[in-house]
Design a protein around this ligand. Structure first.
Ligand code: CP3
Length: 355
Protein backbone atom coordinates (compact mmCIF):
# COMPACT_ATOMS: atom_id res chain seq x y z
CA UNK A 1 0.00 0.00 0.00
CA UNK A 2 1.12 3.53 -0.74
CA UNK A 3 2.37 5.36 2.30
CA UNK A 4 1.54 8.72 0.73
CA UNK A 5 -1.86 10.24 1.50
CA UNK A 6 -4.02 9.02 -1.39
CA UNK A 7 -5.29 12.48 -2.25
CA UNK A 8 -1.88 13.81 -3.30
CA UNK A 9 -1.97 11.68 -6.47
CA UNK A 10 -3.57 13.47 -9.35
CA UNK A 11 -4.07 10.35 -11.46
CA UNK A 12 -7.48 8.72 -10.91
CA UNK A 13 -6.15 5.15 -11.03
CA UNK A 14 -3.44 5.87 -8.45
CA UNK A 15 -6.01 7.48 -6.17
CA UNK A 16 -8.22 4.39 -6.30
CA UNK A 17 -5.21 2.14 -5.70
CA UNK A 18 -4.44 4.33 -2.68
CA UNK A 19 -7.87 3.43 -1.30
CA UNK A 20 -10.05 6.31 -2.45
CA UNK A 21 -13.57 5.64 -3.75
CA UNK A 22 -14.14 7.84 -6.80
CA UNK A 23 -17.62 9.02 -7.84
CA UNK A 24 -16.94 7.92 -11.39
CA UNK A 25 -14.60 4.93 -11.49
CA UNK A 26 -11.49 5.23 -13.65
CA UNK A 27 -11.37 2.78 -16.54
CA UNK A 28 -8.99 0.72 -18.62
CA UNK A 29 -9.55 -2.60 -20.40
CA UNK A 30 -7.46 -5.73 -20.48
CA UNK A 31 -6.30 -6.27 -24.09
CA UNK A 32 -7.34 -2.72 -24.95
CA UNK A 33 -4.67 -2.78 -27.67
CA UNK A 34 -4.90 -5.47 -30.30
CA UNK A 35 -6.75 -7.08 -33.14
CA UNK A 36 -10.20 -5.50 -32.66
CA UNK A 37 -8.60 -2.17 -33.69
CA UNK A 38 -8.08 -1.64 -37.44
CA UNK A 39 -5.05 0.56 -36.74
CA UNK A 40 -3.44 -2.40 -34.89
CA UNK A 41 -4.22 -4.83 -37.71
CA UNK A 42 -2.53 -2.46 -40.14
CA UNK A 43 0.74 -2.45 -38.20
CA UNK A 44 0.47 -6.21 -37.54
CA UNK A 45 0.15 -6.90 -41.29
CA UNK A 46 3.43 -5.11 -41.96
CA UNK A 47 5.47 -6.96 -39.34
CA UNK A 48 6.89 -10.47 -39.79
CA UNK A 49 5.73 -11.71 -36.41
CA UNK A 50 3.94 -10.82 -33.22
CA UNK A 51 7.21 -10.99 -31.26
CA UNK A 52 8.80 -8.55 -33.70
CA UNK A 53 6.07 -6.07 -32.67
CA UNK A 54 6.85 -6.68 -29.00
CA UNK A 55 10.60 -6.16 -29.55
CA UNK A 56 10.42 -3.05 -31.77
CA UNK A 57 10.00 -0.05 -29.44
CA UNK A 58 8.64 2.34 -32.09
CA UNK A 59 5.90 -0.15 -33.06
CA UNK A 60 5.12 -1.35 -29.53
CA UNK A 61 4.90 2.28 -28.34
CA UNK A 62 2.52 3.18 -31.14
CA UNK A 63 0.31 0.13 -30.45
CA UNK A 64 0.25 0.90 -26.69
CA UNK A 65 -0.96 4.43 -27.42
CA UNK A 66 -3.58 3.52 -30.06
CA UNK A 67 -6.47 2.86 -27.63
CA UNK A 68 -5.57 5.98 -25.61
CA UNK A 69 -5.91 8.12 -28.72
CA UNK A 70 -9.24 6.60 -29.64
CA UNK A 71 -10.95 6.34 -26.24
CA UNK A 72 -11.01 8.35 -23.02
CA UNK A 73 -9.25 5.69 -20.91
CA UNK A 74 -7.33 6.34 -17.67
CA UNK A 75 -4.42 4.00 -18.30
CA UNK A 76 -2.20 2.58 -21.00
CA UNK A 77 -0.98 -0.98 -20.59
CA UNK A 78 2.37 -1.84 -22.10
CA UNK A 79 2.00 -3.73 -25.37
CA UNK A 80 3.95 -6.94 -24.85
CA UNK A 81 3.09 -10.50 -23.81
CA UNK A 82 3.44 -12.72 -20.76
CA UNK A 83 5.48 -15.17 -22.86
CA UNK A 84 8.45 -12.83 -23.34
CA UNK A 85 9.61 -14.11 -19.93
CA UNK A 86 10.09 -17.76 -21.00
CA UNK A 87 11.67 -16.40 -24.18
CA UNK A 88 14.17 -14.39 -22.12
CA UNK A 89 14.87 -17.49 -20.00
CA UNK A 90 15.99 -19.30 -23.16
CA UNK A 91 12.89 -21.24 -24.24
CA UNK A 92 11.83 -21.20 -27.88
CA UNK A 93 8.59 -19.19 -28.26
CA UNK A 94 6.73 -18.34 -31.45
CA UNK A 95 3.22 -17.26 -32.41
CA UNK A 96 1.23 -18.95 -35.16
CA UNK A 97 -1.36 -16.74 -36.84
CA UNK A 98 -4.81 -17.92 -35.79
CA UNK A 99 -3.47 -20.52 -33.33
CA UNK A 100 -1.83 -18.46 -30.63
CA UNK A 101 1.45 -19.08 -28.83
CA UNK A 102 3.68 -22.13 -29.28
CA UNK A 103 6.65 -23.10 -27.11
CA UNK A 104 9.10 -25.98 -27.27
CA UNK A 105 7.53 -27.83 -24.34
CA UNK A 106 9.50 -28.44 -21.15
CA UNK A 107 9.21 -31.79 -19.42
CA UNK A 108 10.38 -33.13 -16.06
CA UNK A 109 13.04 -35.35 -17.68
CA UNK A 110 14.77 -32.58 -19.59
CA UNK A 111 14.18 -30.21 -16.67
CA UNK A 112 15.35 -26.65 -16.49
CA UNK A 113 18.94 -27.12 -17.62
CA UNK A 114 18.54 -24.90 -20.66
CA UNK A 115 16.93 -21.99 -18.77
CA UNK A 116 18.56 -19.10 -16.95
CA UNK A 117 17.69 -15.64 -15.60
CA UNK A 118 21.11 -14.38 -16.60
CA UNK A 119 19.78 -12.29 -19.51
CA UNK A 120 17.24 -10.60 -17.25
CA UNK A 121 19.93 -9.70 -14.73
CA UNK A 122 21.98 -7.75 -17.24
CA UNK A 123 21.85 -3.98 -16.98
CA UNK A 124 19.20 -3.04 -19.48
CA UNK A 125 17.63 -6.49 -19.47
CA UNK A 126 19.27 -8.37 -22.38
CA UNK A 127 16.74 -9.73 -24.90
CA UNK A 128 13.99 -7.68 -23.25
CA UNK A 129 15.83 -4.34 -23.44
CA UNK A 130 13.44 -3.18 -26.23
CA UNK A 131 10.46 -3.88 -23.94
CA UNK A 132 11.87 -1.55 -21.27
CA UNK A 133 12.69 1.03 -23.93
CA UNK A 134 9.03 0.86 -24.98
CA UNK A 135 7.98 1.53 -21.38
CA UNK A 136 10.07 4.70 -21.22
CA UNK A 137 8.89 5.89 -24.63
CA UNK A 138 5.24 5.39 -23.70
CA UNK A 139 5.72 7.13 -20.35
CA UNK A 140 7.28 10.13 -22.08
CA UNK A 141 4.39 10.32 -24.57
CA UNK A 142 1.54 9.78 -22.11
CA UNK A 143 -0.60 12.73 -20.92
CA UNK A 144 -0.11 13.65 -17.23
CA UNK A 145 -3.43 12.26 -16.05
CA UNK A 146 -2.93 8.77 -17.56
CA UNK A 147 -1.29 5.91 -15.69
CA UNK A 148 1.16 3.48 -17.30
CA UNK A 149 0.59 -0.15 -16.31
CA UNK A 150 3.31 -2.78 -16.72
CA UNK A 151 2.60 -6.48 -16.39
CA UNK A 152 3.79 -10.06 -16.21
CA UNK A 153 2.12 -13.43 -16.13
CA UNK A 154 1.76 -15.17 -12.80
CA UNK A 155 4.27 -18.02 -12.38
CA UNK A 156 1.63 -20.77 -12.55
CA UNK A 157 0.14 -19.42 -15.80
CA UNK A 158 3.54 -18.95 -17.43
CA UNK A 159 4.65 -22.42 -16.29
CA UNK A 160 1.47 -23.85 -17.83
CA UNK A 161 2.37 -22.44 -21.26
CA UNK A 162 5.98 -23.59 -20.85
CA UNK A 163 5.01 -27.18 -20.04
CA UNK A 164 1.97 -27.55 -22.32
CA UNK A 165 3.84 -25.92 -25.21
CA UNK A 166 0.94 -23.52 -25.84
CA UNK A 167 -2.70 -23.17 -24.93
CA UNK A 168 -4.40 -26.15 -23.30
CA UNK A 169 -7.92 -27.32 -22.45
CA UNK A 170 -6.98 -29.73 -19.67
CA UNK A 171 -3.59 -28.54 -18.33
CA UNK A 172 -2.86 -32.19 -17.65
CA UNK A 173 0.85 -32.10 -18.41
CA UNK A 174 1.62 -29.17 -16.15
CA UNK A 175 -0.69 -30.44 -13.40
CA UNK A 176 0.79 -33.93 -13.57
CA UNK A 177 4.30 -32.50 -13.24
CA UNK A 178 3.23 -30.28 -10.34
CA UNK A 179 1.44 -33.12 -8.54
CA UNK A 180 3.89 -35.96 -9.17
CA UNK A 181 7.30 -34.27 -9.10
CA UNK A 182 6.65 -31.42 -6.74
CA UNK A 183 10.33 -30.72 -6.04
CA UNK A 184 11.46 -30.19 -9.62
CA UNK A 185 8.26 -28.27 -10.38
CA UNK A 186 9.08 -25.96 -7.45
CA UNK A 187 12.41 -25.22 -9.13
CA UNK A 188 10.52 -24.05 -12.23
CA UNK A 189 8.20 -21.86 -10.14
CA UNK A 190 11.19 -20.45 -8.20
CA UNK A 191 12.94 -19.58 -11.47
CA UNK A 192 9.78 -17.80 -12.65
CA UNK A 193 9.40 -15.90 -9.37
CA UNK A 194 12.95 -14.60 -9.74
CA UNK A 195 12.47 -13.78 -13.44
CA UNK A 196 9.17 -12.02 -12.79
CA UNK A 197 10.60 -9.80 -10.06
CA UNK A 198 13.47 -8.85 -12.41
CA UNK A 199 11.16 -8.24 -15.40
CA UNK A 200 8.70 -6.11 -13.42
CA UNK A 201 11.52 -4.22 -11.69
CA UNK A 202 12.99 -3.27 -15.07
CA UNK A 203 9.54 -2.05 -16.15
CA UNK A 204 9.15 0.07 -13.01
CA UNK A 205 12.63 1.52 -13.43
CA UNK A 206 11.70 2.44 -17.01
CA UNK A 207 8.50 4.23 -15.93
CA UNK A 208 5.67 1.76 -15.22
CA UNK A 209 3.63 3.18 -12.32
CA UNK A 210 1.48 0.14 -11.54
CA UNK A 211 1.98 -3.52 -12.39
CA UNK A 212 -0.56 -6.28 -12.92
CA UNK A 213 0.10 -9.99 -12.42
CA UNK A 214 -2.02 -11.99 -14.91
CA UNK A 215 -2.64 -15.36 -13.27
CA UNK A 216 -5.06 -16.27 -16.06
CA UNK A 217 -5.18 -19.99 -15.34
CA UNK A 218 -5.58 -19.75 -11.56
CA UNK A 219 -8.94 -21.50 -11.93
CA UNK A 220 -7.59 -24.96 -12.76
CA UNK A 221 -5.97 -25.82 -9.43
CA UNK A 222 -7.54 -27.40 -6.34
CA UNK A 223 -7.10 -25.59 -3.03
CA UNK A 224 -3.86 -27.09 -1.73
CA UNK A 225 -2.06 -26.65 -5.04
CA UNK A 226 -3.60 -23.19 -5.45
CA UNK A 227 -2.00 -22.15 -2.17
CA UNK A 228 1.35 -23.69 -3.09
CA UNK A 229 1.57 -22.74 -6.78
CA UNK A 230 -0.32 -19.44 -6.89
CA UNK A 231 -0.73 -17.72 -3.50
CA UNK A 232 2.71 -18.46 -2.11
CA UNK A 233 4.77 -17.60 -5.25
CA UNK A 234 2.67 -14.47 -5.81
CA UNK A 235 3.37 -13.40 -2.22
CA UNK A 236 7.11 -13.78 -2.92
CA UNK A 237 6.82 -11.66 -6.07
CA UNK A 238 4.92 -8.97 -4.16
CA UNK A 239 7.44 -8.87 -1.32
CA UNK A 240 10.37 -8.89 -3.78
CA UNK A 241 8.90 -5.89 -5.59
CA UNK A 242 7.92 -4.05 -2.42
CA UNK A 243 11.45 -4.50 -1.03
CA UNK A 244 12.67 -2.49 -4.05
CA UNK A 245 9.65 -0.22 -4.58
CA UNK A 246 7.71 0.11 -1.31
CA UNK A 247 4.92 2.26 -2.82
CA UNK A 248 4.40 0.27 -6.03
CA UNK A 249 0.71 -0.63 -6.53
CA UNK A 250 0.36 -4.27 -7.62
CA UNK A 251 -2.91 -5.58 -9.07
CA UNK A 252 -3.35 -9.35 -8.79
CA UNK A 253 -5.67 -11.08 -11.26
CA UNK A 254 -6.20 -14.73 -10.27
CA UNK A 255 -8.77 -15.43 -12.98
CA UNK A 256 -11.23 -18.18 -12.17
CA UNK A 257 -10.13 -18.53 -8.53
CA UNK A 258 -13.75 -18.55 -7.27
CA UNK A 259 -13.95 -18.76 -3.48
CA UNK A 260 -10.13 -18.95 -3.40
CA UNK A 261 -10.09 -15.24 -4.26
CA UNK A 262 -10.38 -14.79 -0.48
CA UNK A 263 -7.18 -16.74 0.15
CA UNK A 264 -5.37 -14.85 -2.60
CA UNK A 265 -6.64 -11.48 -1.24
CA UNK A 266 -5.54 -12.27 2.31
CA UNK A 267 -2.19 -13.90 1.69
CA UNK A 268 -0.44 -12.39 -1.35
CA UNK A 269 -0.04 -8.78 -0.24
CA UNK A 270 -1.34 -7.38 -3.54
CA UNK A 271 -2.62 -3.80 -3.49
CA UNK A 272 -5.78 -4.51 -5.47
CA UNK A 273 -7.70 -7.44 -6.90
CA UNK A 274 -8.74 -7.94 -10.52
CA UNK A 275 -12.06 -9.81 -10.66
CA UNK A 276 -13.12 -12.10 -13.48
CA UNK A 277 -16.71 -11.90 -14.71
CA UNK A 278 -17.92 -14.89 -12.71
CA UNK A 279 -17.25 -13.19 -9.36
CA UNK A 280 -20.54 -11.88 -7.90
CA UNK A 281 -20.21 -8.15 -7.31
CA UNK A 282 -21.98 -7.89 -3.96
CA UNK A 283 -19.99 -10.84 -2.54
CA UNK A 284 -16.75 -9.32 -3.84
CA UNK A 285 -17.46 -5.95 -2.27
CA UNK A 286 -18.29 -7.57 1.06
CA UNK A 287 -15.79 -10.45 1.20
CA UNK A 288 -12.82 -8.97 -0.67
CA UNK A 289 -13.34 -5.25 -1.04
CA UNK A 290 -13.39 -4.28 2.60
CA UNK A 291 -9.63 -4.46 2.61
CA UNK A 292 -8.64 -4.03 -1.04
CA UNK A 293 -9.54 -1.85 -4.03
CA UNK A 294 -11.23 -3.92 -6.72
CA UNK A 295 -10.96 -3.98 -10.51
CA UNK A 296 -13.42 -5.46 -12.99
CA UNK A 297 -15.52 -7.15 -14.09
CA UNK A 298 -17.77 -6.69 -17.14
CA UNK A 299 -18.07 -9.86 -19.22
CA UNK A 300 -16.10 -9.25 -22.46
CA UNK A 301 -19.05 -10.74 -24.34
CA UNK A 302 -21.22 -7.88 -23.06
CA UNK A 303 -18.75 -5.56 -24.76
CA UNK A 304 -18.88 -7.68 -27.90
CA UNK A 305 -22.70 -7.69 -27.89
CA UNK A 306 -23.08 -4.01 -26.99
CA UNK A 307 -26.41 -2.19 -26.72
CA UNK A 308 -28.64 -1.59 -23.71
CA UNK A 309 -27.75 -4.87 -22.05
CA UNK A 310 -24.08 -3.93 -21.98
CA UNK A 311 -24.96 -0.56 -20.42
CA UNK A 312 -27.24 -2.18 -17.83
CA UNK A 313 -24.55 -4.69 -16.89
CA UNK A 314 -21.96 -1.90 -16.57
CA UNK A 315 -24.37 0.18 -14.46
CA UNK A 316 -24.91 -2.73 -12.07
CA UNK A 317 -21.16 -3.16 -11.62
CA UNK A 318 -20.71 0.53 -10.87
CA UNK A 319 -23.66 0.50 -8.44
CA UNK A 320 -22.37 -2.50 -6.49
CA UNK A 321 -18.57 -2.58 -6.78
CA UNK A 322 -18.45 1.23 -7.03
CA UNK A 323 -19.54 1.65 -3.41
CA UNK A 324 -15.82 1.27 -2.60
CA UNK A 325 -12.56 1.90 -4.48
CA UNK A 326 -13.12 0.56 -8.02
CA UNK A 327 -11.24 0.56 -11.31
CA UNK A 328 -13.71 -0.37 -14.02
CA UNK A 329 -12.44 -3.09 -16.37
CA UNK A 330 -13.54 -6.25 -18.09
CA UNK A 331 -13.38 -9.66 -16.43
CA UNK A 332 -10.95 -10.80 -19.16
CA UNK A 333 -9.49 -9.35 -22.37
CA UNK A 334 -11.30 -7.57 -25.21
CA UNK A 335 -12.43 -10.18 -27.77
CA UNK A 336 -11.04 -9.62 -31.25
CA UNK A 337 -14.44 -9.38 -32.98
CA UNK A 338 -15.53 -6.51 -30.66
CA UNK A 339 -16.70 -3.43 -32.59
CA UNK A 340 -14.61 -0.44 -31.42
CA UNK A 341 -17.84 1.60 -31.27
CA UNK A 342 -18.98 -0.56 -28.36
CA UNK A 343 -15.88 0.46 -26.42
CA UNK A 344 -16.63 4.10 -27.21
CA UNK A 345 -20.24 3.68 -26.02
CA UNK A 346 -19.15 1.97 -22.78
CA UNK A 347 -16.61 4.66 -21.96
CA UNK A 348 -19.10 7.44 -22.76
CA UNK A 349 -21.65 5.84 -20.44
CA UNK A 350 -19.14 5.41 -17.61
CA UNK A 351 -17.97 9.02 -17.94
CA UNK A 352 -21.44 10.51 -18.03
CA UNK A 353 -23.51 7.88 -16.28
CA UNK A 354 -22.82 8.68 -12.66
CA UNK A 355 -22.43 12.45 -12.81
O1 CP3 B 1 -3.77 -5.79 -22.59
C1 CP3 B 1 -3.09 -5.28 -23.50
O2 CP3 B 1 -3.58 -4.55 -24.37
C2 CP3 B 1 -1.58 -5.45 -23.45
C3 CP3 B 1 -1.03 -6.49 -24.25
C4 CP3 B 1 -1.17 -7.94 -23.87
C5 CP3 B 1 -1.09 -8.98 -24.84
N1 CP3 B 1 -1.10 -10.17 -24.17
C6 CP3 B 1 -0.98 -8.79 -26.29
C7 CP3 B 1 -1.31 -9.89 -27.23
C8 CP3 B 1 -1.28 -8.55 -22.61
C9 CP3 B 1 -1.46 -7.92 -21.23
C10 CP3 B 1 -1.24 -9.95 -22.83
C11 CP3 B 1 -1.28 -10.94 -21.73
C12 CP3 B 1 -1.39 -12.37 -22.04
N2 CP3 B 1 -0.79 -13.06 -23.05
C13 CP3 B 1 -2.07 -13.29 -21.23
C14 CP3 B 1 -2.78 -12.98 -19.92
C15 CP3 B 1 -4.11 -12.39 -20.14
C16 CP3 B 1 -5.13 -13.32 -20.73
O3 CP3 B 1 -5.57 -13.03 -21.85
O4 CP3 B 1 -5.44 -14.33 -20.09
C17 CP3 B 1 -1.92 -14.56 -21.83
C18 CP3 B 1 -2.52 -15.86 -21.32
C19 CP3 B 1 -1.10 -14.40 -22.98
C20 CP3 B 1 -0.61 -15.44 -23.91
C21 CP3 B 1 -1.12 -15.22 -25.27
N3 CP3 B 1 -0.65 -14.25 -26.14
C22 CP3 B 1 -2.14 -15.92 -25.93
C23 CP3 B 1 -2.94 -17.08 -25.34
C24 CP3 B 1 -2.27 -15.37 -27.19
C25 CP3 B 1 -3.12 -15.87 -28.30
C26 CP3 B 1 -4.55 -15.56 -28.08
C27 CP3 B 1 -4.95 -14.42 -28.94
O5 CP3 B 1 -5.68 -13.57 -28.46
O6 CP3 B 1 -4.52 -14.47 -30.10
C28 CP3 B 1 -1.35 -14.28 -27.30
C29 CP3 B 1 -1.17 -13.39 -28.44
C30 CP3 B 1 -1.39 -11.92 -28.20
N4 CP3 B 1 -0.97 -11.22 -27.09
C31 CP3 B 1 -2.02 -11.02 -29.10
C32 CP3 B 1 -1.97 -9.74 -28.50
C33 CP3 B 1 -2.46 -8.44 -29.06
C34 CP3 B 1 -2.58 -11.38 -30.49
C35 CP3 B 1 -1.42 -11.64 -31.41
C36 CP3 B 1 -1.63 -11.20 -32.85
O7 CP3 B 1 -1.82 -10.00 -33.09
O8 CP3 B 1 -1.53 -12.08 -33.71
Amino acid sequence: MSTKPATTDSKPILRVLGGEAAGTPPIWLMRQAGRYLPEYRKIRAQADSFLELCYTPALATEITLQPIRRFDLDAAILFSDILVVPHALGQEVWFVEGQGPKLRALDPAAGLAALSTQGLQEDGGGLLAPVYETVSKVRAALPNDKTLIGFAGGPWTVAAYMVEGGASQTFQNVKRWAFSEAGSFSSLIDLLVEATVLHLSHQVEAGAEVVQLFESHAGVLPEREFRRRITEPSARIVSGLHARFPDLPIIGFPRGAGALYEVYARETGVTALGLDSSVPAAWARHALGRTLPLQGNLDPVHLLAGGDTMIEAAAEIVATLGSGPLIFNLGHGVIKETPPEHVAALVAFLRGGSE
